[in-house]
Write a protein that binds this ligand. Structure first.
Ligand SMILES: [Zn+2]
Length: 110
């Protein structure tokens, strides 16, 4: 199934293939501040609708992830890992988050 999402102003829009079975709630220092619910998508299945969109990037700690956000509206849409994308499911357009189980991930200890 193809899911579509975007930041608030629409500058960053994306789609990805995936059978969403759950949403990951991570307690690490950045996820807890964002309040994001995440899904790990294969990078090959994730597509930015406008690759030229102005995106900010933030990295910290081991710098294994590039946390992407819209430079206009400030919404964090996804993070880029090595071969995978952590999608913020709260940015999806037509997806009922209440329909999937929320799984806690102890990113603070990872
Ligand atoms: Zn935006």
């Amino acid at each position: 199934m193809t899911h579509r999402g975007s930041c608030h102003c629409g500058q960053i829009a994306f789609e990805f293939e995936g059978d969403l079975k759950n949403a990951v709630s991570c307690n690490c220092s950045i996820c807890s501040r964002k309040g994001a619910l995440l899904w790990a998508a294969d990078a090959a299945q994730f597509r930015l609708l406008d690759p030229q969109a102005a995106m900010g990037a933030y990295a910290f700690n081991k710098r294994e992830l590039q946390h992407r956000f819209c430079t206009t509206c400030g919404i964090h849409t996804h993070a880029e890992g090595d071969g995978w994308i952590a999608v913020n499911l709260r940015c999806l357009e037509e997806f009922d988050l209440a329909s999937v189980e929320v799984v806690n991930f102890d990113g603070r200890s990872a």
